[in-house]
Ligand binder design. Sequence first.
Ligand code: SAM
Length: 265
Amino acid sequence: MDTDPGRFADETHWRDSLAAWAIPEQIMNQAPTNPWIHPVAQFTVVAPVADSPSHATARAALPEAGSVLDVGCGGGRGALALTPPAGHWIGVDHQQDMLDTFAAAAQSQGVTHEEILGDWPDVADRTPIADVVVCHHVVYNVAELSEFIAALTTHARHRVVLELPLHHPLTWMNPLWKQFWDLDRPTEPSAHDALSIIRGGGHDAHIIEFTEESSRSSAMDTRAAAEATCQRLCLPLDRVDDVAAAASIADQASPRRLATIWWDV
Ligand SMILES: C[S@@+](CC[C@H](N)C(=O)[O-])C[C@H]1O[C@@H](n2cnc3c(N)ncnc32)[C@H](O)[C@@H]1O
């Protein structure tokens, strides 16, 4: 039985901090569409993926023609950056359209691949083990982080590599929520909170902080990005020009600070 009070305090802080990102009901009721959906075009990779410390860290543990399990794979940006040496991709995502894009990317790389539809860790039992497990830009969606991390760990032969923004990825939109709804938004949790939970689970985890080199090249054009921001703000599309003007200032204020968290198994 786990008796470490620090571990439980960290997990409670993580869960409560994420819960504070819930959109107030009176705003949700006015949302024309679901503000939480991930648009597939945003995660469809159209350009070579810029190398990052996350990719270098994963590549260092990957044997020639090895397998990579990409959890919350989206369009496969994480696996793509490891190919070669990766020779087999396993993608897990709870959106079928993401898995279709992942499969197309694998096909274009000439690697063998398999896709598993569902929520991690619920689908862990029917997911094969891989040499390296990567999970990029997912954990701020996960309230029960310990379980999620434990299932990643049991699916890696060599190493697990997470990539995540240093602070919650929607923090950049906080000035927009203030402008359009007069709503103050949270800023927590952070990558260091995730690190504490992972270490509390007994893993010798390391963190590397870095600045994203370039914006994430995707199939999404500027207009579509503004529409997605409008949707995230629970606003109708006839506000898209106002949102685009405000978003271009908020989004370009500073380059994103990211973190790689990794541990060997
Ligand atoms: C922000 S996107 C990141 C996509 C990709 N990893 C990347 O870095 O470009 C998050 C992805 O994780 C998926 N996702 C989020 N939580 C998940 C979960 N618990 N189980 C499976 N997929 C999940 C979403 O559907 C989405 O495709």
